[in-house]
Design a binder for this molecule. Sequence first.
Ligand SMILES: [Zn+2]
Length: 191
Amino acid sequence: MGRASESVSEDLNRFMELALDQAKCAFDNLEVPIGCVIVEDGEVIATGFNRTTETRNATRHAEMEAIDTLLEKWQKCGLNKSQVAQKFSNCILYVTCEPCIMCAMALSILGIREVYFGCANDKFGGCGSILSLHKGETDNKCSDGASQSKGFKCMGGYMADEAISLLKSFYEQGNPNDLFRLIGIILDLYL
Ligand SMILES: [Zn+2]
């Protein structure tokens, strides 16, 4: 193995570890344990973990959390749309589970450069399992190009065992939030 590929796999391990740390944060917060980091020039510039329960919003996936952190930051810096696109084209996402269809579409429109993921998402995966949105649009239906999917380089299977075992222990322990939510609904009804 040459030096270049060695440092690539070192980066992969390092950043996947950090994504797993984020997944563990989700686990500790009683959320579905999926986490991610976004890296630019070898540095983590955003992190995210699933917050669907806390926010009561089914779209608050780890990737969306990290993306929104960046969009907010770059908007505050006064970057325009094309500067934001330029920034994203330099970013790499490391995520513990294959991005779902919604996240894969968002990543493709934003034009992220590369995505590395852990385990496959057999139900909702947008990077090969159900749809292959990372391949982008081959035809040019959008005349303005604004919402055109650019596609991105994508590879999975990194530290998949760790990612799966976190998900397994989450689902095996039962999801206490279902119970909390039920109690909340009952209280809302009767109080
Ligand atoms: Zn998603």
